[in-house]
Design a protein. Structure first.
Length: 257
C-alpha cells in the first residue's frame, strides 16, 4: 500500500525550538521524525510514499534530494570508498518518494484531494501526520480495518498529557483527580487507513476529520482502533526533549514492529 504523509503544517507550537525548520524535519537523534516514521512503514513493507508538502516544502525536498545514508548505522570509510555495513537502518535505496506541492494553507482534506491522482491504482492506502511515532502492529491493524467493512479508519489514543482531570460537584467539592492517561477519553491519533471510496465523501474546502468523517460515521463506515500501546507526537519542545532522551537511552518502541 502507498503511504500518504501530511507534511505541510506550520508547527507553530514548536517555534521555541526553531522558527525555520518544518515540524517533520525536527530531529529525533540524528534523523528527522518523518524519517523514523517512514522507516516504520518500510519495515512493514510499505515503501512507496506520497508527501503532501506545504510550509517549507523546499526544505523537505532538499533533505531527500541530498540524503546522506552515512549519518546512522554502521559504516566503513577506506581506500575503496564508503560502505554501509549490513544495510543498517539507514537504507532507503528501495523507497519511492513522490513529493507534491499541496498548498501553503490547505487543510488535510484539500491535501489528500491534491494527491488523488497518485493513488488511482490503490484500492486501500495508508496516511498519517508526519510528526508522530508508535509501536502499532500495522499488519494486525490493517487486517482489523479490512474486516470491519469501513471506508476509513484511524487510531484512537489517550491524550499523552501530564495534566489531571478533575471530577467535582456543583458546590465545588472535589470527588477525584485522575491522570489524563487513566481517564476514558480518546483522541484522533492518526495512522489513517482508507479505501479509495473515501474521496467520494470529501467536498471542496472540507477538513478531512470534520465533515467527511461525519458523513462516514453517519453511515457506519468510519472505524477506529483504541490503542493503549506506545504513541507520541512531536507537538511541543517538551516532546522534542522526550524523544531525544529516548533515542539517547536506545529506548525506541517505534522500532520494535
Amino acid at each position: 500500500m502507498k503511504v500518504v504523509l501530511f507534511c505541510g503544517g506550520l508547527g507553530t507550537r514548536l517555534r521555541e525550538h526553531s522558527s525555520t525548520i518544518p515540524k517533520p524535519l525536527v530531529t529525533v537523534g540524528p534523523r528527522p521524525i518523518m524519517w523514523h516514521l517512514m522507516q516504520y512503514y518500510a519495515r512493514h513493507g510499505h515503501k512507496d510514499f506520497v508527501l503532501c508538502l506545504g510550509y517549507a516544502g523546499e526544505m523537505i525536498r532538499e533533505y531527500f534530494l541530498t540524503y546522506n545514508p552515512y549519518l546512522t548505522g554502521d559504516a566503513r570509510i577506506g581506500p575503496k570508498g564508503r560502505e554501509l555495513l549490513g544495510g543498517g537502518e539507514s537504507s532507503t535505496a528501495d523507497w519511492t518518494i513522490t513529493m507534491v506541492d499541496t498548498g501553503l494553507h490547505a487543510n488535510l482534506g484539500e491535501r489528500l484531494m491534491a494527491v488523488r491522482d497518485h493513488l488511482s491504482d490503490e484500492d486501500v492506502f495508508l496516511a498519517n501526520y508526519s510528526d508522530q511515532l508508535s509501536d502499532l502492529d500495522l499488519v494486525a491493524y490493517s487486517k482489523e480495518f479490512l474486516a470491519s467493512g469501513a471506508h476509513a479508519g484511524f487510531l484512537s489514543v489517550r491524550p499523552p498529557l501530564s495534566y489531571h482531570y478533575v471530577e467535582s460537584k456543583d458546590n465545588g467539592l472535589v470527588d477525584a483527580l485522575r491522570e489524563a492517561s487513566t481517564v476514558d477519553h480518546w483522541i484522533n491519533g492518526g495512522y489513517f487507513i482508507f479505501r479509495k471510496t473515501v474521496f467520494d465523501y470529501i467536498r471542496p474546502g472540507e477538513e478531512l476529520v470534520v465533515e467527511p468523517f461525519a458523513r462516514l460515521a453517519a453511515k457506519k463506515l468510519l472505524w477506529t482502533k483504541r490503542y493503549d500501546g506506545f504513541w507520541q507526537s512531536m507537538d511541543t519542545f517538551k516532546d522534542k526533549i522526550k524523544f531525544d532522551r529516548m533515542w539517547g537511552q536506545r529506548d525506541m518502541p517505534w522500532q520494535r514492529n
